[in-house]
Design a protein. Structure first.
Length: 352
């Protein structure tokens, strides 16, 4: 079902990512051949793991995933489509794009492009080490001058339980700051969901709730423990404000392959090119045909400085050591071939 749904999405007018929201593994994209951000690998990028954790997504030593992501994080990571195992109803941020069996494909509104221009002020002032990922996301809004995307609401704190009567429709998230809590059960109407690995500090996605519904969180493994819950409602209007600001200077891609990206951008002032591409020294970047030094953005992503005006930016990727490794392999193969030929010649001489 998933393969049938995503097969018609590419090629498209530009690059974007797709996520299976209720994924069985963190490598669903790799297995089913669609671009995603979640990954489980022994060579997982440690900087990506740190960034995902700071933004409220589940991450560990060798993995990071979209679990715990908000629409803002989806937008920053250029996730345009989501695959869901349940109908999303009338969520104003999602548009139904297809259905196969028990899998729904939705297009996400306000998805930022793979690259766009940002100011040095944003880089200097956005604080990512605030501990609570909701504070981190709201701090980005503060720097941009928009409303906060995560508005805190307050319920009844019972220590090992926490309940809230929904007053306003929206997507709700819970943050458990007590790292002794590993498992939390959430009762929401007739729905019961258990969240594991809560001690990793990711946001619990509680879904889109309606007024009059009650959300009850219960610690499963630490009887009597204080979960230290903070509950938030996501602001759809604040997301639109952020999108309108960050999408003003889009890197308009004209070419993209597995190893090449090329496009144009118009910068209102000197700044940086934000990309959601993990930093790697194998990237070579040119601005108007001139190679420029690459840098790390937010200790995670690939970026370059771009001056004011209209420019063409091209990126090419070649893994470090590829040519050296290929040369060593070729020489080794030649030596082995020579040894083999020499051995056959000696055997023939002995036979004669």
């Amino acid at each position: 079902d998933v393969i049938d749904l995503v097969s018609g999405l590419t090629p498209a007018d530009t690059f974007f990512r797709i996520e299976k929201v209720d994924g069985k593994t963190k490598n669903d994209g790799a297995w089913m051949n669609f671009p995603s951000v979640s990954l489980f690998s022994s060579t997982a990028n440690a900087d990506m793991t740190d960034f995902f954790r700071k933004m409220g997504c589940e991450a560990s030593t060798n993995a990071y995933s979209i679990e715990g992501s908000t629409p803002l994080v989806d937008s920053l990571l250029s996730i345009r489509y989501g695959l869901y195992s349940w109908n999303q109803g009338n969520n104003p941020l999602l548009t139904l794009a297809g259905q196969e069996g028990d899998t729904w494909l939705y297009r996400k509104d306000f998805t930022l492009p793979l690259g766009f221009g940002i100011s040095a002020d944003l880089v200097d002032n956005w604080q990512l080490d605030l501990g609570n990922p909701a504070d981190v996301q709201n701090d980005l809004c503060t720097v941009l001058g928009t409303s906060w995307v995560l508005e805190e609401v307050y319920g009844e704190d019972g220590g090992s339980t926490y309940s809230y009567g929904v007053e306003q429709e929206g997507d709700y998230y819970a943050y458990i700051s007590n790292r002794q809590i590993r498992s939390v059960q959430v009762n929401w109407g007739e729905e019961i969901t258990t969240y594991d690995n809560v001690n990793r500090g990711y946001l619990l996605e509680l879904g889109r709730c309606q007024p009059g519904e009650e959300i009850v969180l219960t610690a499963k493994d630490e009887a009597g423990a204080d979960m230290k819950v903070r509950l938030y409602r996501f602001s759809d209007s604040a997301l639109e404000q952020v999108y309108q600001i960050l999408s003003e200077e889009e890197w308009m891609l004209t070419e993209w392959t597995d190893t090449t990206l090329k496009g144009t951008i118009g910068m209102k002032e000197n700044g940086l090119l934000y990309t959601s591409i993990p930093y790697d020294r194998g990237w070579t970047v040119t601005v108007d045909g001139k190679e420029v030094p690459t840098e790390k953005l937010f200790d995670t992503f690939l970026t370059v400085e771009v001056p004011e005006g209209n420019h063409e930016i091209e990126m090419k990727y070649e893994p470090e050591g590829l040519r050296l490794g290929a040369g060593i392999t070729a020489v080794s193969a030649a030596v082995l071939a020579a040894v083999g030929i020499g051995g056959r010649v000696r055997r023939r001489r002995k036979e004669k």
